[in-house]
Write a protein that binds this ligand. Structure first.
Ligand SMILES: [Mn+2]
Length: 332
């Protein structure tokens, strides 16, 4: 598929990113608007998404990039380009209705294709091997022989750093694309800095309190911890895992008759014990606290209105029993 004739012809392009657009989405949207400007200097592009993440706003501000991104695009568009997503669902309710004509819709994305992808667009550039959409944009600039300005280079490198978790998920092509961006004026230090954000004071206090009130339960080789706080129970669980727990269960009581439980475990714990925090722990605890519970293997929660202390004790017992049963099965 040739992207350049489509962009050369298009007078008004609508450039879309997914809901709660992250730095990979926002930076690739900006980069595409630069490509359009280069190919069709008289044309207009409108950038839109259903809300932008806090960190994306911070990145744009860090680089003094005053690009306008709307959640209610106005007017007629000859071409629509979806970046960093390939489904209507991920665009959100406010933006999805703009995607109507596959013959005028382009998708540039690095996620696994969705059954819907082929229905919404006839022009798909999709590479799920790529670690970010920003990395794909570097290739597009190269293929079209368009120079990358330093502002765009900074934003694209930041998007790559964000999606690769600072190059934890990267291969040779990723690193080469990063070098291209640095050669075109991106400043690696500034890109990393633009993504650093300190969590709010109230949340940090909650995490520290959770650590201060900690109970440690040694179950075989596993360290299971429980604690109680007012709010921020999920954040506290993450913090406790970072400090060294294999499993963290925190009970929050944001108001008198509300009890919220949150839990996290390491991958190593779930892989070796087979314990699913959603099914094996939070589902039964939902009943104990007079509500419901559930979730995933390594992250789960429950909401109710009573028995916070009892539920935390029960959580530890449920984990102890599951481990004991498994041990018996292994030795028989
Ligand atoms: Mn992405």
């Amino acid at each position: 598929m040739k992207l350049s004739p489509l962009l050369e012809k298009a007078k008004n392009v609508l450039i879309l990113g997914h809901q709660n657009a992250d730095p990979d989405a926002v930076s690739s949207m900006y980069a595409l608007s630069r490509i359009h400007r280069h190919l069709n200097p008289g044309g207009e592009s409108t950038l839109a998404c259903d809300d932008m993440s806090k960190i994306s706003a911070q990145v744009l501000q860090h680089f003094d990039c005053c690009v306008e991104i709307t959640d209610a695009p106005q007017g007629e568009f000859d071409l629509i380009v979806l970046l960093d997503t390939n489904s209507r669902l991920q665009l959100g309710d406010a933006i999805a209705p703009y995607v109507t004509d596959p013959s005028r819709t382009v998708i540039i994305d690095h996620h696994e294709p969705n059954p819907e992808t082929k229905e919404i667009s006839e022009f798909i550039i999709l590479d799920s091997e790529k670690s970010s959409t920003c990395e794909m944009m570097v290739d597009i600039f190269h293929d079209l022989d368009i120079p990358i300005d330093s502002q765009t280079a900074n934003l694209l490198l930041t998007g790559m750093i964000f999606d690769t978790r600072r190059f934890f998920y990267a291969n040779r092509a990723t690193l080469e694309a990063a070098v291209v961006l640095i050669d075109n004026g991106a400043n690696y230090d500034e890109c990393v800095k633009s993504l650093i954000s300190r969590i709010e004071r109230s949340e940090r206090i909650a995490r520290l309190k959770a650590a201060g009130r900690l109970k440690i339960h040694n179950i075989g080789k596993w360290v299971v911890v429980t604690s109680k706080i007012g709010a921020y129970e999920a954040s506290s669980c993450r913090a406790l895992i970072d400090v060294g727990a294999d499993v963290a269960i925190v009970g929050g009581r944001p108001s008198r008759d509300v009890v919220r439980l949150s839990s996290r475990s390491t991958r190593e714990f779930s892989r070796e014990t087979g314990i699913n925090l959603g099914k094996d722990v939070m589902e039964p605890l939902g009943e104990t606290i007079g509500g419901t519970g559930g979730g995933h293997m390594n992250a789960a929660g429950a909401n109710g209105n009573r028995n916070r202390g009892k539920a935390l004790k029960q959580a530890v017992e449920l984990i102890r029993q599951s481990i004991a049963i498994r041990r018996k099965e292994d030795s028989s």
